[in-house]
Design a protein around this ligand. Structure first.
Ligand SMILES: Cc1cc2nc3c(=O)[nH]c(=O)nc-3n(C[C@H](O)[C@H](O)[C@H](O)COP(=O)(O)OP(=O)(O)OC[C@H]3O[C@@H](n4cnc5c(N)ncnc54)[C@H](O)[C@@H]3O)c2cc1C
Length: 307
């Protein structure tokens, strides 16, 4: 089998991975980014990014294409839409096999494989994703100025994001499957005392309703089994987050939530293996924070290689 050696390999070509690629390649390191999906990661799901400094408003796809161009112009190689079929991160020389037929080795690896918001699983969720269903209040909140929205979930994210949405929206209904919240007392208190927020508890959304855009939801009361409908302009879903760490289970130290554990230098438990972006343990998941992590991981990887 053909084996190709790189100084550095980055797994994931989202904001974090592309940023790491830019810094590594610009430092004249022979760099490869391997991406299982399409380039840009979660950025390409966002039709209008309005909070990335220096860019007034652009689609996430356009921003990722610029990042990709920058990485390539500095000499970074990119393999995308491939599958990782073997991985050895423990040795000094790291090994990654893709599609069962190509092997790459490197001295340093950055894991930037991101993650995905957990879906609710209600009917029509895929149809309306981006058309009235959002997984990010910080990103999409202002599109719902003076509108009535629903927030789904009962953890800290749901309650905190609901409170943050009150800056824009007219009203929020929090729909939660239990009669109690899995959040801190502070988050619960902040949500409860906000006049714009009301609650439907022990209930689950079973279906999104509408033509082109979400116009309402069907809700089932978990106690009585009864169904009701509620009109809404949009639904923000906060029922968890799934980090893409399946490939690293039993190799890298993960949190209870399967996020990669790192220190402030983005160093994992394995020498020469760093991590960046949404896949690692962190509270705020944004393009800016992914870019920041990618920068820190790459610069520390460069220092590691120099020593
Ligand atoms: C709908 C939505 C809207 C958003 N809007 C905004 C916004 O307006 N502003 C903002 O700042 N943030 C926004 N965010 C958050 C932001 O997109 C993310 O925080 C950021 O893009 C994460 O970048 P990342 O590189 O860490 O991970 P990702 O973007 O998840 O990229 C990871 C990449 O790794 C690939 N991959 C997965 N597994 C593997 C593997 N095993 N090997 C190799 N590659 C792998 C994936 O295919 C993907 O391409 C939004 C998120 C969502 C879901």
């Amino acid at each position: 089998m053909n084996v190709k050696h790189y100084d550095a390999i980055v797994l994931g070509a989202g904001a974090a991975g592309l940023t790491a690629g830019i810094y590594l390649a610009r430092a004249n390191l022979k760099t490869l980014i391997i991406n299982e999906g399409s380039i840009g990661g979660q950025m390409v799901l966002t039709h209008a990014v309005a909070n990335y400094p220096g860019v007034l408003e652009a689609s996430g796809r356009d921003i990722s294409l610029i990042m990709k161009k920058q990485a390539k112009e500095f000499g970074c190689d990119i393999e995308s839409n491939v599958e990782i079929t073997k991985l050895d991160l423990n040795s000094n020389k790291k090994m990654i096999e893709i599609d069962d037929d190509e092997v790459f080795t490197s001295d340093v690896v950055i894991l930037a494989t991101g993650g995905k918001p957990r879906k609710l699983g209600a009917k029509n969720e895929d149809k309306f994703k981006g058309f009235g269903i959002s997984y990010c209040a910080t990103c999409d909140g202002d599109f719902y100025t003076d509108k009535d929205v629903i927030v789904v979930g009962g953890g800290n994210s749901a309650l905190e994001e609901a409170v943050s949405l009150t800056k824009w929206v007219r009203s929020i209904t929090i729909v939660h499957q239990f009669d109690n919240f899995q959040a801190t007392d502070h988050a619960i208190e902040q949500a409860k005392k906000n006049d714009k927020i009301s609650f439907i508890l022990e209930s689950e959304i079973t279906e999104y309703l509408g033509e082109q855009q979400v116009e309402g939801v069907k809700i089932q009361n978990q106690k009585t089994g009864e169904f009701s409908e509620l009109k809404t302009d949009g639904v923000f879903v906060y029922v968890g987050y799934i980090p893409n760490t399946d490939n690293f289970k039993d190799i890298i130290d993960l949190s209870e939530r399967q996020e990669i554990l790192t220190d402030a230098n983005m160093q994992t438990n394995i020498k020469g293996v760093f991590s960046a972006g949404d896949v690692r343990i962190k509270k705020i998941r944004q393009i800016t924070t992914a870019v920041s992590d990618g920068t820190i991981a790459a610069l520390n990887a460069i220092e590691y290689l120099q020593n």
